[in-house]
Design a protein around this ligand. Structure first.
Ligand code: NDP
Length: 301
């Protein structure tokens, strides 16, 4: 299969590319920069969709960019980098003479309202309630294909929690403070911490791309989280235990809000119990279903 990946040069995209190539598929990345194995977003706009059987969008300004202050210009970039690239891809798919069999958007679990008790499956109803949930709403809406195209192109949305892996995402920023013995719970620590190992997220995307065409309603949503349902306290203590480091420095929610901006700090200070019901029902087999196996792989012990 030929697969086109918007934002495929990033943390998740590199893992996805590795997995697809190992399985004998061909990958072309859409990037802001030209290069081998890549096309640019301007190429997509001017020349249309290159021949492919699968398309995925992973592009987006990093929500946890440590180099950027949380302000209106950053928020605008978070929206436009996701919505404009997703729209560009869905429009190119709709205009293609031979559209791909499957189109996967990777969005996020911020659509589900943080709660200590509610369990959210892919069937849970939700309406936007804050900045990040509004972002998910507009982002997923930008991916929708016209009815006529949706008959032949299966539309899939994968909603990941925090993606854990050695080469990027949250772990890259967390490992040093934990090594230094400065790790601790965030906020109360009792908030749910939906997470997934990057290899499993890449696996779910490939599972969706390779699935046979069926008559399930479109788009099909898959929660991209491990089934373990951990809290921030459990995550912190397990990471500290495996790294043999103390985790005695809790970071209070007000400090996180001041440091990161409260609209963004909710990702860490609050959380959702996200259940990968359809992901499991679809037969996907997790390599890292629990924290211990995922963190052991990441920290390498
Ligand atoms: P990355 O931060 O690694 O970014 C992916 C790619 O997006 C980059 O390689 C870059 O490609 C492109 N990009 C970055 N900024 C912009 C911009 N301003 N405009 C256009 N393109 C841009 O993302 P991840 O791989 O970590 O995540 C992939 C997707 O999954 C993202 O949409 C993210 O929101 C979502 N997600 C990620 C989570 C995580 O924990 N990592 C959690 C939940 C959701 P290039 O430079 O080649 O143009």
């Amino acid at each position: 299969m030929r697969v086109l990946i918007g934002g495929g040069s990033g943390f998740v995209g590199r893992e996805l590319t590795r997995l697809l190539r190992n399985k004998g598929h061909e990958v072309t990345v859409i990037s802001r920069q030209p290069g081998p194995g890549k096309i640019t977003w301007s190429d997509l706009e001017s020349k249309g969709l290159p021949p492919c059987e699968g398309a995925v969008n992973l592009a987006g300004e990093n929500v946890m960019n440590p180099l950027r202050w949380w302000n209106e210009s950053y928020k605008k970039d978070l929206f436009s980098s996701r919505i404009d690239t997703t729209k560009a891809l869905s429009e190119a798919i709709a205009a293609a003479a031979s559209p791909p069999h499957c189109w996967v958007l990777v969005s996020g679990v911020a659509c589900y309202k943080p709660s200590l008790t509610a369990d959210y499956t892919e069937n849970s109803e939700w309406t936007p309630f804050d900045l990040l949930s509004r972002l998910v709403k507009e982002w997923e809406a930008a991916a929708l294909l016209p009815q006529s195209v949706a008959k032949t192109t299966r539309q899939v949305i994968v909603r990941p929690g925090a993606v854990l892996g050695r080469d990027g995402g949250a772990m890259k920023q967390m490992l040093l403070p934990f090594w230094l013995g400065l790790g601790g719970t965030l906020g109360s620590g009792s908030q749910p911490f939906p997470w997934i190992h990057v290899s499993d997220l890449a696996g779910i995307i490939v599972h969706a791309l390779e699935a046979p065409t069926d008559s399930a309603p479109s788009p099909q949503v898959y929660n991209g989280v491990a089934p373990a349902l951990n809290t921030n306290y459990e995550f912190t203590k397990e990471l500290g235990r495996l790294m043999r480091r103390p985790t005695i420095f809790p970071v209070p929610a007000f400090a996180m809000n001041a440091l990161m901006g409260s609209e963004r700090a909710v990702i860490l200070t609050q959380g959702q119990r996200v259940v990968p019901e359809r992901t499991l029902e679809s037969g996907f087999q997790y390599q890292y279903p629990d924290l211990t196996s995922a963190l052991k792989q990441i920290i390498g012990s």
